[in-house]
Design a binder for this molecule. Structure first.
Ligand SMILES: [Zn+2]
Length: 496
């Protein structure tokens, strides 16, 4: 029951002992865990709803504490998996025949797509996506349901008993408050030919990014093209096989294509993969021989495949690490929403940073050939560059995010004398953090003694720009009140 929480926070197991308070329902449905966290799955309380709308049963009222154990009416690991694997998506909003009719239409569309003019394609996509504002769940434009459920569990553990603070391994290396990465999917020969200029643009803001290459049918992939990307310090990943939108149509065909995709991965020395149009089926990922994938949106309202993993943090799908797409794609911004400003992207980054998550962007070289779109992208680069200079985000390549998250997943917190220390690979980059309650709400405290001179302050999981300008440090006496028995105050800790 506690594996999702332990994997997410990397906290010692002794702090997270859960038990079920009753028999789980046979069927799955929607309920809530507090006012702002919608859950989908089995629950011993109820009633459970078929749709994520209206008044939902609140499982928080059936939570109980008993000595060292927290009694819950649901299994949090199952609920988190239902969100990440989008098991909720087969119920509720689009059910049965309507869902399959839509899928059939998408397949028909993809088969004639190459013959259509761009304006006709845009028109058809707008029709297909016209009801996106009515989708009640996940939450547009960023969904933090997984983060909210896990944060609420931690707050409930702190409130219910016994412990004043829970140590965990901070999410990002060197105490960075959050992370951002930019990825470029190369769709056509024109996009491929624009990649050099795009690298110049990225370099002008000291940004390194990844390029996802379609290996077959779309355009030729000369060795000189791959060499340039690699030599300039950018990253190469595989983008689908031939981008016909049919990768996941049936299992047999997928396995044949996966073999070829894996072969291109080895040839390109790529450790990451992204499918065409963010189509995905996580249940088949065991056939993909990649270290990480980037095909699942946090919230998929504007994607051909609706749903979303409801999270802005990486998570493992078997041996593959999923780095979710958490910002709206440039194509949707420009051609579905008709926006050429960074307002939506800034709004999304602000929400992602509140949860200390990963802001991940897809920007296509193909669409940046147009000056107006390129100007919007330049504004995004300047915005991210500014956040980095203020120490608010770690700007990284996807493979660096993957390497860090894998190393963190191998780390362990152990008690040495009066201190918690981190053991495992790359532990010199890792920071001990504490979950505490501040005014009844969850806050994170980062040990600034370890975290060098970073002076960012977050309260209740929320970024506060005024607080960031005027850092507030927990005093030793206040901290002492919040210490577990037998632990002494650490020096100069800061609230996140
Ligand atoms: Zn693509």
């Amino acid at each position: 029951m506690n594996s999702a929480l332990l994997d997410y926070y990397r906290c010692p197991e002794t702090f997270a002992d859960f038990t079920l308070t009753g028999n789980l329902s046979g069927d799955s449905g929607y309920f809530q865990f507090g006012l702002d966290a919608i859950c989908y799955g089995q629950c011993s309380g109820g009633p459970l709803a078929r749709h994520a709308t209206g008044e939902l049963y609140d499982a928080l009222r059936d939570v109980g504490a008993d000595q060292n154990t927290l009694g819950l009416p649901f299994n949090p690991s199952e609920i988190i998996a239902n969100l990440r694997y989008e098991r909720y998506a087969s119920s509720g909003h689009e059910v049965g025949a309507r869902r399959y009719a839509k899928l059939a239409l998408q397949r028909a569309y993809y088969s004639v797509r190459p013959l259509l003019m761009v304006s006709v394609r845009k028109y058809l996509q707008r029709i297909q996506l016209r009801d996106w504002k009515e989708v009640p769940f996940p939450n547009w434009p960023v969904d933090l349901t997984v983060e909210r459920i896990l944060g609420k569990l931690l707050a409930t553990l702190l409130k219910a008993n016994l412990i004043d603070r829970i140590p965990f391994i901070w999410f990002w290396p060197n105490g960075y408050p959050s992370c951002a990465m930019i990825t470029h999917d190369v769709e056509t020969a024109a996009g491929r030919n624009f990649c050099s200029r795009l690298m110049n643009l990225d370099d002008s803001c000291r940004m390194k990014s990844s390029f996802q290459i379609v290996p077959e049918d779309r355009y030729s992939v000369p060795q000189s093209f791959l060499d340039e990307i690699r030599l300039r310090g950018f990253e190469i990943n595989v983008h689908d096989l031939n981008h016909d939108g049919r990768l996941f149509n049936n299992r047999e065909q997928f396995l044949l294509r996966a073999e070829r995709i894996n072969r291109y991965g080895r040839e390109y020395k790529a450790s990451g993969f992204r499918s065409a149009a963010l189509y995905h089926n996580l249940n088949w990922y065991d056939a993909l021989d990649f270290s990480y994938d980037m095909s699942v949106p946090s919230v998929g309202h504007l994607e051909a495949q609706r749903g979303g993993c409801c999270s802005v943090m990486p998570f493992f799908v078997g041996k593959i690490l999923e780095l979710p797409v958490t910002a709206t794609q440039d194509y949707s911004l420009f051609h579905i929403l008709n926006q050429y400003s960074t307002d939506l992207w800034r709004r999304q980054v602000a929400q992602i940073m509140e949860a200390h998550g990963l802001a991940s962007f897809i920007v296509h070289p193909d669409y940046l050939i147009e000056a107006r779109a390129r100007d919007t992208y330049k504004s995004l680069l300047a915005f991210l560059e500014n956040l980095r200079s203020e120490g608010k985000v770690w700007l990284a390549l996807p493979r660096e995010v993957n390497e860090w998250w894998r190393a963190r997943s191998q780390m362990k917190l152990v008690c040495q004398g009066n201190n918690w220390v981190i053991e495992g690979p790359q532990n010199d980059r890792a920071r001990v953090a504490y979950a505490v309650l501040e005014g009844g709400r969850l806050a994170y405290v980062l040990d600034s003694h370890q975290a060098s001179a970073r002076r960012m302050v977050f309260r209740n999981g929320q970024i506060s720009s005024s607080a960031a300008r005027q850092p507030s440090v927990l005093t030793e006496s206040r901290l002492r009140q919040a210490l577990p028995l037998g632990l002494e105050t650490k020096r100069n800790e800061q609230i996140f």
